[in-house]
Design a protein around this ligand. Structure first.
Ligand code: NAD
Length: 501
């Protein structure tokens, strides 16, 4: 039984939050179940096109006054929201565990990261400033101002139900825009709970809206001429399609997509600390992070064959020993270290990859299909940590995004080969190196084509005041979410040149 109390005691019937009101949807509801216990926790509507149109009209209507509200007054709504998020910190975190499956500590980390976005957005009076220069010609001055654009749509993935929409919404709204958030239909509760707190924070009706639904609502967003831009986080095929459609309708877009992240271990790495960092990287959030480790590359740079064999075995054995100790169960038991994956289909997809790994000749050294749980729970969505060795970069498990608790261990002779291996993969979200050498660390940061680089860090997650980057098939767009770059994305730069006779 869970040690911590469940905040959701009976099935919730979710509504949309449009124009400052909670509105019932006419759309068919879908079930939301707790992946750890299998219990029904909510029914979420697939909203209709009409309901979405109402949200767009509300946001459009609210924009006129909101953009004229002084930035400091806009920031005050975020100060109130921050206080309410802090007051509800534990409940918000437990809701994430119930809808997603992650452990309570992972949920608390996610809540903290989300609140940090709100904190950074309160700096909007400074963040949004333009610049100027006197006398660009005799008696003529020039300046740049940043103006909000109108209504933005946010399309969220299932893996960070609380945090991901906050990579965008606070910056968009603080800059004077209005937003419509479409949460993932698999995990719609966190955004509903945030909207309840938004409702108490003094934002005018229509500024912050939440409309539930799936692909159809996302398509409405893309086609709607009143939506100025889209922030999408999700898989690469969908992100590519969104980028294309936004091009056709002239919208700006941030599309943060899938990943296949490589972690290099150099012979001079601190092994104990490296293995500890790897456990969180590969198995944190049950491997369902776009920054999760996927391929562990053990590099034999500078070692002879015998030394490399010994080093490789040492890393592999330490990795497997640690992975096999991870406690799997319900995340509301705070001794649990890994929760279930988010739904049954996800688990089946991961099982398919494990079979593919075996079929293609990788060695399954730790078989996570033999589920061992610390509590008596249905094993529908659970997997244990899995480790493959003897993986080669051309294998399906090494190339494609598995998005589950599966580690592939690859062996390579040299640093150059390892970099080449990273570059041969289509994704470019994150790459990390574990080394005691400044030379390899600098080479890695300089050469590797990935948006987020970790040096002796297993999860290269940028803080709220840095952009969340990404390259190649992991990102489509120009400006990124979070911090100063988000403010540029959510505003138009207008240049004024003036002279007075
Ligand atoms: P997904 O692409 O299935 O869904 C993401 C969102 O798009 C959901 O809201 C979904 O309803 C909507 N959607 C689905 N199909 C659509 C379509 N055809 N047209 C328009 N919208 C559609 O992704 P997911 O499974 O929810 O999330 C996991 C993926 O997200 C992984 O690939 C992961 O790497 C990626 N991700 C990336 C980042 C990043 O910053 N790069 C962060 C988190 C997750």
């Amino acid at each position: 039984m869970p040690i911590l109390e469940e905040p959701i005691k009976e099935t919730l019937h979710l509504r949309n939050y449009i124009d400052g009101e909670w509105v019932d949807s006419k759309g068919e509801p879908n079930d939301v179940t707790n992946p750890a216990t299998g219990k029904l926790i909510a029914r979420v509507p697939v909203s209709t096109e009409d309901e979405f149109e109402k949200a767009v009209n509300a946001a459009k209507g609210a924009f006129y006054d909101w953009r004229r509200t002084p930035p400091l007054a806009r920031a005050r709504c975020f100060f109130r929201l921050k206080e309410l998020l802090e007051e509800n910190f534990e409940e918000l975190s437990r809701i994430q565990t119930m809808e997603h499956g992650k452990t309570i500590d992972e949920s608390r980390g996610e809540t903290r990261r989300g609140i940090e976005m709100v904190e950074v957005a309160t700096g909007i009076p400074s963040l949004m400033m333009g610049y100027n220069l006197e006398d660009i010609a005799s008696g003529i001055d020039e300046y740049l101002i940043r103006q909000p654009l109108g209504v933005f749509g946010i399309i969220a993935p299932f893996n960070f139900p609380f945090m991901v929409p906050l990579w965008f919404a606070p910056y968009a709204i603080a800059a004077g825009n209005c937003v419509i958030i479409k949460p993932s239909p698999h995990v719609p509760l966190s955004q509903t709970k945030i909207a309840e707190l938004v409702d108490e924070s003094g934002f005018p009706p229509g500024v912050w809206n939440v409309v539930h639904g799936g692909e159809a609502i996302a398509s409405c967003m893309m086609e709607n001429r009143d939506i100025k831009g889209i922030c999408f986080v999700g898989s690469t095929p969908v992100g590519k399609e969104i980028y294309r459609k936004c091009g056709e309708t002239g919208k700006r877009v941030i599309a943060q997509c899938g990943a296949k992240n490589f972690l290099l271990v150099m012979p001079d790495a601190d092994l104990e600390k490296t293995i500890a960092a790897c456990m969180t990287s590969f198995y944190g959030n049950a491997g369902q992070r776009c920054l999760s480790g996927a391929n562990l590359v053990i590099v034999g740079e500078g070692l002879n064959k015998q030394e490399f064999d010994a080093f490789y075995e040492k890393v592999v054995n330490a990795f497997i020993a640690s992975a096999s100790k991870i406690k799997v169960g319900y995340g509301l038991d705070d001794s649990v270290q890994m929760g279930p994956v988010q739904n049954k289909q996800r688990k089946e997809r991961i099982l398919g990859f494990i079979q593919k790994g075996i079929d293609e000749g990788a060695k399954l050294r730790l078989d996570g299909r033999n589920v061992r749980l610390v509590e008596d729970l249905p094993d529908t969505c659970f997997l244990n940590p899995t480790v493959f060795t003897d993986v080669t970069p051309d294998m399906t498990i090494a190339r494609e995004e598995i998005f589950g608790p599966v580690a592939n261990i690859i062996r390579t002779e040299s640093f150059d080969d390892a970099v080449e291996m990273i570059h041969s993969n289509p994704y470019g979200n994150a790459s990390c190196i574990f080394t005691g050498s400044g030379k390899w660390a600098r080479e890695f940061q300089y050469r590797v084509e990935c948006g987020n680089i970790g040096i002796n860090i297993g999860i290269a997650a940028p803080m709220a005041f840095f952009p969340f980057s990404g390259m190649k098939d992991s990102f489509f767009g120009t400006l990124h979410g979070q911090g100063q770059e988000a403010i540029r994305f959510f505003t138009e730069s207008k240049v004024v040149i003036q002279r007075w006779f």
